[in-house]
Design a protein. Sequence first.
Length: 167
Amino acid sequence: MELEPYLFFYGQCEDALNFYSRVFGGKIEGIMRFEGSPMESQVPPDYKKKVMHARFKSPSLRFLAADGRPGTNQQGGNISLSLGSLSLAEAQRVWEKLAEGGRVEMPFSDMFWGAKFGSLTDKFGIDWMINCELPKRGAARTTRARRARPARERPARRRGGSRRARR
């Protein structure tokens, strides 16, 4: 079993999917409209071309999406999508794209847990959290310094087999 988010865009689904395909380098894998479906007779004429169900996939994420039922309003605020990255450049790029036309809650900045983090609501009302783990300070230097130490400064290795053999 795995979790697959289902996002509702209340009349803006196709615009949102196109936006996310530019942000994440993904594509709309399938799209079903109310028109031509058994649900067509249950929606007003101006809603027939809206998205009844869609599947979005990119190299880093996937989700399902729809416009929702006509007359439903966006409630929002009860879930955030959290993206984790090891690439600061990619995290920064995604942050900037999602922030365009959106509302920043917490700027993308260094955090006490050793990451860059930020939260925002994009222009379609989806809450996002972006977290990018930063390399540990000094970790690479410590390893390099240990390797660079001359052999005479390294602790001597015990030779000669086990204790029993020396008795």
